[in-house]
Ligand binder design. Structure first.
Ligand code: BG6
Length: 495
């Protein structure tokens, strides 16, 4: 984490009664405060529909801080001073008068805290409110720093949570509304995967190590797997998931971000626009499929009841707010190809699923074998393809698999591993992704946020894979607690 402190500002969180605010945003802000990175002249205003006082809101958040922050409450004075920066405003997001009240709050923050008008809006509401809020902010002139009646010219930025649209058309519409009010450089589209240390390390690992960087192409790599396996099920989000499915929920956003970082060319500079330019090029290079090819390059699954980590759990169709005949996929494996000089001919397998045996997010590069297997001539049939695995979470690290001679008079090749573990090398509790991302939005670094063309390219590519829940083919059933549907192993080795 950079050590640059944030400037004085007002942070306005729309959707402040939600889980995200309580479990992620406020604990992250508190941890930044404990690290000395949050300016003491910060005012945090939670905006939501429910009526409550500042004090009630602070009490709600205290519980979130105790359970979800890295620091917890060790120093009561510091804890209280953090809470004293937090305020609450009850507003119907579509009611213009609420925005007049917001204006007075910002004006007073500017006077009392000398925020210079610096304002960061954070949209953490359900997506259906994004456009109404953006319109109200526009109509009230909040996209300009002079909104609070002075000419001090601070910055105004807006962070938007995922999902950014639900297909290409809605993403274009949302970008249109947003860019009708804010300039692109004011907009921070969040994808919390980009805030993970191990995701940021993908580029560093590739570009700081000639040993690995020079292997990073179709000359040496035969295929790549990017897998995000989760043991969690719906956790009360069945209604949302019925609308989303795993392709929208995970693949279009998180997995495509990881894909872009894994496959992109080195940027001309290590800075936001240069990196984002290269990421977009990856998405532009994805090979489009015909209708027929689409079905051959995707495997869709849905979990049925089973045992996960020792507990019997319900199937997807028995989850709350899920239709008993739902065809929404909770698992998907896609094969995509990056059609460019570096990657032509290398399949990238993108896999994500809920209610699997364990939580694990990994990228694995499988390396080509020598065309001539000399040991086969000596009756040794053992094969150990070299692989490089980047473990994004948990047990964050990197491992390289290779073959070596088993100590014996008969020739055998055994697999062996060189392993790096973050936990062993860097003790302590790493910062949460939201800490990094909130910090960056406050200091104005957009490197780890998605640009408008990036989001639209990702939707453009993924849209044909999205199926109509009514006419979609039945997803393949897989047992909760398994590794996914039968047929996955075959799907992953076909090229
Ligand atoms: C969210 C998805 O964006 O990411 C969730 O909506 C998913 O369905 C979560 O569980 C996974 O995040 P992480 O950081 O636990 O891998």
């Amino acid at each position: 984490m950079e050590t640059k402190g944030t400037p004085p500002l007002s942070l306005v969180i729309f959707g402040a009664s939600g889980d995200l605010t309580r479990r992620k945003l406020i604990p992250a802000l508190y941890d930044l405060w404990m690290d000395g990175l949050l300016h003491p002249d910060t005012e945090i205003l939670g905006v939501a529909r429910r009526l409550k006082s500042h004090q009630e809101f602070r009490e709600e958040l205290s519980e979130g801080i105790r359970s979800h922050s890295r620091y917890g409450v060790r120093d009561d004075a510091r804890f209280q001073s953090f809470l004293s920066m937090v305020f609450y405003q009850s507003t119907d997001f579509e009611d213009p008068s609420g925005y007049d009240t917001l204006r007075s709050f910002l004006a007073s923050a500017e006077r009392v805290r000398k925020t210079k008008g610096n304002t960061l809006f954070y949209l953490a509401t359900p997506p259906s409110y994004f456009i109404p809020i953006i319109r109200q902010l526009g109509a009230h002139g909040f996209s300009r720093s002079r909104n609070s009646g002075t000419e001090t010219g601070g910055f105004v930025r807006i962070v938007i949570e995922k999902p950014f649209g639900r297909d290409l058309g809605s993403a274009i519409e949302l970008n249109g509304e947003l860019l009708g009010v804010f300039r692109e450089e004011q907009v921070y589209r969040i994808d919390h995967y980009l805030g993970k240390e191990t995701v940021q390390n993908i580029l560093v690992f590739r570009l700081a190590n000639p040993v690995f960087g020079s292997l990073w192409s179709n000359v040496h790599v035969s295929r790549v797997e990017i897998k995000v396996m989760e043991s969690l099920g719906m956790e009360g989000r069945g209604g949302y998931f019925e609308e989303a499915g795993i392709i929208r929920d995970m693949i279009q956003s998180h997995l495509f971000q990881v894909l872009s970082l894994t496959a992109m060319e080195p940027p001309v500079a290590f800075e936001a626009e240069a990196i984002r330019d290269e990421k977009v090029k990856v998405l532009r290079s994805l090979k489009p499929y015909t209708k027929e090819e689409l079905s051959q390059n995707i495997l869709r699954g849905q979990y049925v009841s089973g045992v996960v980590e020792g507990t019997q759990v319900a199937g997807y169709r028995e989850e709350d707010k899920v239709a008993s005949n739902s065809r929404v996929e909770t698992f998907a494996a896609m094969r995509v190809e990056v059609q460019n000089w570096r990657w032509a001919g290398v399949p990238f397998y993108i896999v994500a699923g809920k209610r699997l045996a364990r939580k694990s997010t990994e990228i694995t590069l499988f390396f080509k074998e020598f065309p001539f297997a000399i040991f086969r001539l000596s009756q040794c049939q053992d094969r150990v393809p070299n692989t490089l695995t980047i473990r994004i979470q948990p047990n964050e690290g990197i491992s390289l698999r290779f073959g070596l001679k088993r100590p014996s008079s008969v020739l055998h090749i055994d697999p062996a591993e060189m392993d790096f573990s973050y936990q062993k090398s860097y003790q302590g509790n790493p910062a949460d992704a939201y800490e990094r991302l909130l910090h960056d939005a406050m200091v104005g670094d957009s490197t780890l946020f998605a640009r408008n063309d990036e989001v639209e390219r990702a939707w453009g590519y993924i849209s044909p894979f999205l199926s109509d829940p009514f006419s979609a083919p039945e997803p393949l059933p897989y047992k909760a607690g398994s590794d996914g549907p039968d047929g996955l192993a075959d799907f992953l080795i076909q090229s």
